[in-house]
Write a protein that binds this ligand. Sequence first.
Ligand SMILES: NC(=O)c1ccc[n+]([C@@H]2O[C@H](COP(=O)([O-])OP(=O)(O)OC[C@H]3O[C@@H](n4cnc5c(N)ncnc54)[C@H](OP(=O)(O)O)[C@@H]3O)[C@@H](O)[C@H]2O)c1
Ligand SMILES: *[C@@H]1O[C@H](CO)[C@@H](O)[C@H](O)[C@H]1NC(C)=O
Ligand SMILES: *[C@@H]1O[C@H](CO)[C@@H](O)[C@H](O)[C@H]1NC(C)=O
Ligand SMILES: *[C@@H]1O[C@H](CO)[C@@H](O)[C@H](O)[C@H]1NC(C)=O
Ligand SMILES: *[C@@H]1O[C@H](CO)[C@@H](O)[C@H](O)[C@H]1NC(C)=O
Length: 316
Amino acid sequence: MSCCGLIGTFCTFVVLIQTVLGVFRWIYENILGPRFGKSINFSSYGRWALVTGATDGIGKEYAKSLAQRGMNIILVSRTLSKLEAVAKEIQEAYNVDTAVIDVDFTSGPEIYEKVKDRIKGKEIGVLVNNVGVSYSCPDFFLAIPDREKLIQDIIRCNITSMAMMCSIILPQMVQRQKGIIINIASMSAVVPASNLTIYSASKAFADKFSKDLAAEYEKVGVIIQSVCPGFVATNMTKMKKGSFMAPLPKQFVEAALKTVGFAGHTAGYIPHCLMQVSAQFLQFIAPGLSRSITLKTMANVRNRQIKRGLYTSATN
Ligand SMILES: NC(=O)c1ccc[n+]([C@@H]2O[C@H](COP(=O)([O-])OP(=O)(O)OC[C@H]3O[C@@H](n4cnc5c(N)ncnc54)[C@H](OP(=O)(O)O)[C@@H]3O)[C@@H](O)[C@H]2O)c1
Ligand SMILES: *[C@@H]1O[C@H](CO)[C@@H](O)[C@H](O)[C@H]1NC(C)=O
Ligand SMILES: *[C@@H]1O[C@H](CO)[C@@H](O)[C@H](O)[C@H]1NC(C)=O
Ligand SMILES: *[C@@H]1O[C@H](CO)[C@@H](O)[C@H](O)[C@H]1NC(C)=O
Ligand SMILES: *[C@@H]1O[C@H](CO)[C@@H](O)[C@H](O)[C@H]1NC(C)=O
């Protein structure tokens, strides 16, 4: 065989092996493991779970689902009255203890002193970094209303909060040699997401941060997972009813919790997983087409909101 023939055969072989391994790993992590594997006993990781952005949407469902699994819950978000209402609801429904911490994650570093103070003496087995602000509507960077404030809010709320909460809680997990950290990123972190630039870049931080942190601490028994959901029907997406592609938070979180311990990085919910691989495949074979499809989708979302009178672009 000629030299070129050999190289060709070798390359084909490598691509084939990688593809087969990739497909099997994906099926195990997202479908077989969660469905047939031994599910995680969350309460064996510690008595308490702490959830940020816990009074609505995805965060509230994480709080409820972990309480249902027997964990005491620390709820963290901005509005004290909502926190108290959700804490009461959880206590009554699941007969567990709750604590609340009201902080606005868009504020400065002083809020983390309050968090440290309020969690003193609590053994935290599970941390869910869910809080996040997004655009009220996808748009070009320079067309974002009140752009400079949104930039600060997103970075403080999405990036700083995740790193700081890990910095506060990871030490006790490392000391006990067990713990679970779930970081909520977004599919926009891994597929083209023009018109959501600051948001999608902040989600890429979440995803990359989780993967590299996992490499550092999984050896000592801390599970770190990044979850990259597609659309979920919450206030953030201004959807009221769930659908197959945009599930209700409860459906989404039940599916996502089952992947903990199997997948270090997942979309969490099978239709979203499939959408994500399709998008990545399209990006690989036809990047231009992929970009223009994103732009069209974003424009549709925006036009719908403009039509419903929910949004106006800035003009600069
Ligand atoms: N929904 C989706 O389609 C989707 C898709 C991909 C990723 N995600 C991600 O999933 C996460 C949750 O989204 P969601 O749709 O569930 O959101 P949501 O329904 O809007 O809930 C947001 C939660 O965060 C709290 N919060 C908001 N701003 C805060 C601040 N500045 N300080 C403290 N707490 C604050 C809110 O509490 P208060 O209002 O009481 O302050 C509320 O509990 C986000 O990280 C988002 O990026 C969502
Ligand atoms: C899970 O772990 C807790 C604490 O270690 C234990 O009390 C409980 O029985 C376990 N539950 C199951 C289903 O194994
Ligand atoms: C901030 O984080 C929240 C929750 O993780 C997410 O929904 C939101 O899109 C993020 N915003 C930005 C700008 O990254
Ligand atoms: C959206 O927010 C409103 C008011 O804050 C709340 O009553 C409602 O339950 C929220 N909807 C969802 C789907 O979380
Ligand atoms: C991004 O937003 C601009 C308007 O601000 C719109 O004209 C454009 O079509 C959008 N692009 C995409 C890909 O959504």
